[in-house]
Design a binder for this molecule. Structure first.
Ligand code: GTQ
Length: 347
């Protein structure tokens, strides 16, 4: 392989003449833009402990009224990517949001797509496109690009959830913006996970003769996800992933365009090697105690902790309990990578 020419090798006057005309020579930067074999990665394997986040989020609840925050969120920012850029991985934004008794986070819509994964508290809700979606521990709520959404709570409790957004990509495209609107009129009926899409394999018959809706199911209750993982675990060999993908029940495809969502069960004492692949990911621990080994970093996790896995990382997760299963929620950018045609798994 020949050595590429450096910027210093070029006459100063020549480089200046280029700069003046907004031109740049490629070859001094080619290897940085297209490294051989593996991408250049700044993302660090990172753990955000819930015991560090929780008290500071409550403090934010005292310091900043909801009216002054609009969304009261502490962002899990990867130190390798610059905290100010608010990226857990290059494509995944993660925040922890608090709503206190009696508060509402006002109605808005935006170009990034978001999901909410409930961490703590009962009685919360999000209204999406007129549908009131209950939020209980472990429930996944979708707020796709362009749909109105507002949050609130009807209990005495605080409610805390994890926000995952494709914001870094939409922002990089200079396409990120929001609109505010009046509070939505709520349709007085159960959400679709309780009526139209109760069981996998069954969809409303009328869907067959229509264009399939882009976002038919906006809520995935944890109780059914957990029960499904437990059932799957009975037919899955140890060391093989007990993992379920959240999909669009009308199309069988991933439920959001950029980010993908799945739930993982680790049986007592089980160790799972995650696929070595091109996607980055974030894990949130629903319950359990264990360790993640990511590219040589050892991170000890427990209930509600969150961790970042860089692209192309070698990662293993271990349930350190010998008696209890562990349950994890995964966010990754595989859907976008697949659509762009470069998703890879390495053996
Ligand atoms: O709740 O709509 O963490 O718009 C960041 C941006 C949450 C939200 C975030 C948002 C929201």
């Amino acid at each position: 392989m020949s050595e590429l020419g450096k910027l210093e090798d070029l006459p100063k006057e020549y480089v200046e003449s280029l700069t003046e005309k907004n031109l740049v020579p490629l070859w001094p930067s080619l290897r940085a833009a297209l490294p051989h074999g593996i991408p250049a990665r700044r993302t660090q394997p990172t753990l955000w402990k819930y015991k560090d986040i929780h008290p500071r989020l409550l403090e934010a609840g005292d310091l900043t009224p909801i009216e002054a925050a609009e969304r009261r969120v502490l962002v899990c920012a990867n130190p390798g990517l610059g905290l100010e850029n608010m990226q857990a991985t290059p494509s995944i934004y993660i925040g922890m949001q608090l709503i206190k008794k009696g508060e509402t986070a006002p109605n808005h819509k935006h170009t990034p797509s978001a999901v909410r994964f409930v961490v703590e508290g009962t009685g919360g809700y999000t209204v999406v496109d007129g549908e009131k979606l209950p939020m209980e521990k472990g429930d996944l709520i979708l707020t796709p690009a362009g749909l109105w959404h507002e949050h609130g709570t009807e209990s005495e409790d605080n409610i805390i959830w994890l926000d995952a957004l494709d914001l870094p990509t939409i922002f990089a495209l200079e396409a990120s913006y929001a609109l505010e609107g009046p509070s939505q009129t709520i349709r007085n009926r159960p959400d679709k996970s309780q009526a139209e899409y109760i069981r996998s394999g069954l969809i409303p018959y009328k869907s067959l003769s229509k264009q399939r809706p882009a976002y038919p199911l906006l809520r995935f209750p944890w109780a059914s996800v957990k029960g499904s993982l437990e059932a799957l675990s009975t037919v899955t060999d140890r060391g093989e992933a007990v993992q379920l993908a959240y999909i669009n029940p009308e199309t069988g495809q991933e439920c959001m365009p950029v980010l993908g969502f799945s739930a993982i069960m680790l049986r007592p004492g089980e160790s799972l090697t995650l696929p070595h692949r091109s996607a980055s990911a974030v894990l949130n621990i629903v319950e359990g105690k264990g360790q993640a080994r990511i590219d040589g970093s050892e991170l000890d996790w427990e209930d509600n902790d969150t961790l970042a896995i860089p692209t192309h990382a070698k990662a293993q997760i271990v349930n350190l309990s010998s008696s209890k299963p562990a349950f994890l929620f995964q966010i990754d950018d595989a859907p976008m990578q697949r659509k762009l045609g470069f998703y890879e798994e390495f053996s």
